[in-house]
Ligand binder design. Structure first.
Ligand code: KG4
Ligand code: ZN
Length: 338
C-alpha cells in the first residue's frame, strides 16, 4: 500500500511517499524558519502562502524521486489538524484535489498521531501498548497508546507547552527563533545548579504539567541579577534541567501507573539531548526503555503523516464518503479513535 503524505500544519512543508511493504520511498521537506525568523515567531499568513508556493514543487519532486505518479498511490494522507487554520487548509485543499483527480481516497490525519507513531518507523520499533510523551511546540501530553487509534490521555500541560516554554525562554535570553535548539546549544555551554528554578507540578500527584511559571522565574532571575559571561549559559542550563526533571519524573510515574515498560518520545522537543539523557536514565532505573524517532523525524515532516495514513488504511479505515476540505485547528487526539 502506497500513501502520499502531506504536512502543512505550521512552518514546515513536508511531502513523503510511504510504502507498507518497502518503507519510505521518497520525501521532501522545506522549513520556513528563515521566513519567520525576522518576526521572532511564525506569521500564519506568511506560512500559508509559503505552503501554497512550495507544495506543488515538493510533491512533483517526491513523485519523481520515487518514479511514481499520483495514480500509483492508494491514498493521499494529509494533516487535518491541529495546527494553523490557513496552513492546514492549503494541505487539505491540495490533497483533496489531487486525490479527486487521481480517483483515490484522501485521508485526514491527526498531526499528533503522526508524531507519536513515528518511532515505529525506526529499525527497532516499540510494540503496543506503550506510554507516549508528546513534546512539541503546541502540546505536552502523556498518553497510553494501546494501538493505532486507541489513545488515552493521562495528562497534559495546563498552560505553555514544553516547546513553547523553550521558545519563550530563548526570547528572554535574547536568542533568535526557533528558540528551542538555540537554547539547548547555549545550555550545553553552561552549568546547571547556579540558579534555583522551580519544578512546577512535580509533586501534583497527576500527569499534568505547567511551564509558564518556569518561564516567569527565568524572567525574574534576568531582571534581578548582574550579568556575567557565564550568566546566560548557566541560566539556560538550569531552565533546561528543570524541564527535563519534570518531564522525566512524570513519564516514569505514567509508566508505573500503567504498568508499562516502554516510553515513546515524540515531537520537536524530543530532539533535545539533555531530555534524552534524563529520560533514558530515569526509565532505565526502573527497568524500562525509551524509544525515539529517527532525528530527522522528530520535528514536523511528511513521512509521519504518510505512515500514520498507511496504518489507518491497513486497519480498514476509509475516508469520509463525501470529499470535503475540512480542517480542525483544535483537535484532541483522544477524539481520533480508530
Ligand atoms: O513538533 P514540532 O516540530 O512542531 C510542532 O508540532 O509544534 O516542535 C517544535 C518545537 C519548537 O518549540 C522548538 O523550539 C522545539 O520543538 N525544539 C526543541 C529542540 N528542537 C526543537 N526544544 C528543545 N531542544 C531542542 N533540541
Ligand atoms: Zn509537530
Amino acid at each position: 500500500m502506497k500513501v502520499l503524505g502531506i504536512e502543512s500544519s505550521c512552518d514546515e512543508t513536508g511531502v513523503a511517499i510511504y510504502d507498507s511493504q518497502e518503507g519510505l520511498l521518497a520525501q521532501a521537506l522545506h522549513t520556513q524558519v528563515n521566513l519567520h525568523a525576522v518576526y521572532g515567531g511564525v506569521v500564519p499568513e506568511l506560512a500559508s502562502r509559503d505552503h501554497i508556493r512550495l507544495l506543488p514543487v515538493l510533491i512533483r519532486q517526491t513523485l519523481r524521486e520515487a518514479g511514481l505518479c499520483v495514480a500509483d498511490m492508494d491514498a493521499v494522507a494529509y494533516t487535518a489538524g491541529p495546527g494553523l487554520a490557513g496552513a492546514l487548509l492549503v494541505g487539505a485543499s491540495v490533497s483533496e484535489a489531487l486525490a479527486l483527480a487521481a480517483g483515490i481516497p484522501a485521508l485526514p490525519v491527526h498531526h499528533l498521531e503522526g508524531h507519536l507513531l513515528s518511532p515505529l518507523l525506526s529499525d527497532n520499533p516499540p510494540a503496543f501498548p506503550f506510554v507516549a510523551l508528546l513534546v512539541s511546540g503546541g502540546h505536552t501530553q502523556l498518553m497510553r497508546v494501546a494501538d493505532v487509534g486507541d489513545y488515552e490521555l493521562l495528562g497534559e500541560t495546563l498552560d505553555d507547552a514544553a516547546g513553547e516554554a523553550f521558545d519563550k525562554t530563548a526570547k528572554i535570553l535574547g536568542l533568535g527563533y526557533p528558540g528551542g535548539p538555540q537554547l539547548a546549544a547555549l545550555a550545553a555551554r553552561g552549568r546547571a545548579g547556579r540558579f534555583k528554578l522551580p519544578r512546577p507540578m512535580l509533586h501534583s500527584g497527576d500527569f499534568d504539567f505547567s511551564f509558564s511559571g518556569l518561564k516567569t522565574a527565568v524572567l525574574n532571575v534576568v531582571s534581578s541579577s548582574d550579568w556575567d559571561p557565564a550568566f546566560s549559559a548557566d541560566l539556560a542550563a538550569d531552565f533546561q534541567q528543570a524541564v527535563v526533571d519534570v518531564l522525566a519524573a512524570k513519564s516514569v510515574a505514567a509508566l508505573t501507573h500503567t504498568g508499562l515498560q516502554a516510553l515513546v518520545v515524540a515531537g520537536g522537543v524530543g530532539a533535545n539531548l539533555a531530555l534524552r539523557n534524563g529520560l533514558d536514565t530515569a526509565v532505565a532505573r526502573r527497568g524500562g526503555r525509551v524509544f525515539y524517532p529517527e532525528p530527522m523525524l522528530c520535528t514536523d515532516n511528511g513521512v509521519m503523516i504518510a505512515f500514520a495514513g498507511a496504518q489507518r488504511l491497513m486497519r480498514g479505515e476509509r475516508p469520509p464518503a463525501e470529499p470535503a476540505v475540512r480542517v480542525r485547528p483544535r483537535w484532541p487526539l483522544s477524539e481520533n479513535r480508530g
